[in-house]
Design a protein around this ligand. Structure first.
Ligand code: KG4
Ligand code: ZN
Length: 330
């Protein structure tokens, strides 16, 4: 069975083909970072217009790269939400029209759930149950995934997501969008920092987190300083440590509480090298898995893979276009 995945929830247009026997056949992606860079964040209308421009050419490229015909596709899996409404509509309209015209089943999938299971594509030893940390631009969630792959959220950021704070702090220091890779690049230039920012809620009695106090603390410091490369690295270093300290402490505490011996970390921030290294070092007996770097940030492959997992339940979508800006996990 061949599944087409379509991702368009934010600023990446991603398409992929997944074969139930052979695994991922290939994927194509078009990122809009250059379009949104000068605004310091994603502009929804510009994002929608770019998806409209890219979806069909990318689909044709994917088919020709893999020498596959539309008739070979058995299921179309597309992101239904959460995300920006306009971008979601473009992907849903494309996926459902293609399904309807060619008489192919379609299945709508949740973007957050797709991130949560994304590490299973490359890590064959990773299987539910596990604790998931999903840390992206829009969400910071800890979920308990049971052996039936049901996800229960057990902790979340009560304010900004970690990725959003990476982006905002980077912007404040004049770095490019998206801010995560830029902060990480600047932090990697040094091996310790003179700053000691606040780590909100790190010792609280729950798996919930907070990042907005950290953002305010860092922004106040920035306002007092004359920025140059060295100062930016100094700030970036301790800021990154703070975020990682909070994520590690809460996720490992959740794994211990729910007696899980496996953690899977996904979403854009999971591409962070320091986060990966520290999680592996500090998790003790708990095994930690990540998606391959290519599939940490938004992509069509994880959507095709979740479509494959859902297809085992044989639930097809009806053909009304009804993207949802909220997640079915809440
Ligand atoms: O999962 P994703 O691609 O999109 C959403 O669903 O939100 O995540 C994007 C987020 C952005 O905030 C970006 O700054 C962050 O992931 N990110 C990183 C890194 N690469 C991307 N954050 C920290 N370190 C990175 N290397
Ligand atoms: Zn995402």
């Amino acid at each position: 069975m061949i599944i087409l995945g379509v991702e368009s929830s934010c600023d990446e247009t991603g398409l992929a083909l997944y074969d139930s026997e052979r695994g991922l056949l290939g994927h194509v992606i078009s990122s809009q970072t250059e379009i949104h860079d000068k605004y310091g964040g994603v502009v929804p209308e510009l994002a929608s217009r770019d998806h409209v421009r890219k979806l069909v050419p990318l689909f044709e490229k994917l088919l020709s790269n893999l020498a596959i015909k539309i008739q070979d596709i058995n299921l179309i899996s597309f992101t239904n939400g959460p995300g920006l409404l306009g971008p979601l509509l473009t992907g849903a309209a494309f996926a459902k029209s293609l399904a309807w015209i060619n008489n192919i089943d379609a299945v709508e999938v949740d973007h957050l759930e797709a991130h949560i299971f994304s590490a299973m594509m490359s890590e064959k030893n990773l299987k539910p149950p596990f604790i998931s940390l999903l840390v992206s631009g829009g969400h910071t969630l800890i979920s308990n995934v049971d052996s039936q792959s049901r996800c229960t959220i057990v902790g979340k950021s009560l304010d900004d997501s970690a990725g959003e704070v990476f982006d905002k702090v980077a912007r404040k220091m004049g770095l490019k969008y998206p801010g995560g890779p830029e902060i990480s690049r600047m932090a990697d230039k040094i091996s310790k920092s003179t700053f000691k920012f606040t780590r909100p809620m790190i010792n609280s009695n729950s798996f919930d987190m907070s990042f907005s106090g950290l953002k305010t603390n860092v922004v106040r410091e920035i306002n007092k300083l004359d920025l140059n490369e060295d100062v930016i690295s100094d700030i970036a270093y301790d800021f990154q440590e703070c975020v990682i300290d909070i994520l590690i402490k809460k996720t490992i505490a959740a794994a211990r509480f729910y007696t899980q011996d496996t953690i899977a970390i996904s979403g854009g921030v999971s591409a962070n090298k320091k986060l990966r290294d520290r999680f592996k070092k500090e998790s003790g007996e708990i095994e930690v898995f990540f998606p391959s770097l290519e599939f940490s940030t938004d992509n069509g492959a994880m959507i095709s893979y979740l479509g494959y997992l859902k297809s085992k339940n044989k639930k097809s979508a009806d053909l009304r276009i009804k993207p949802s800006p909220t997640s079915s996990l809440f």
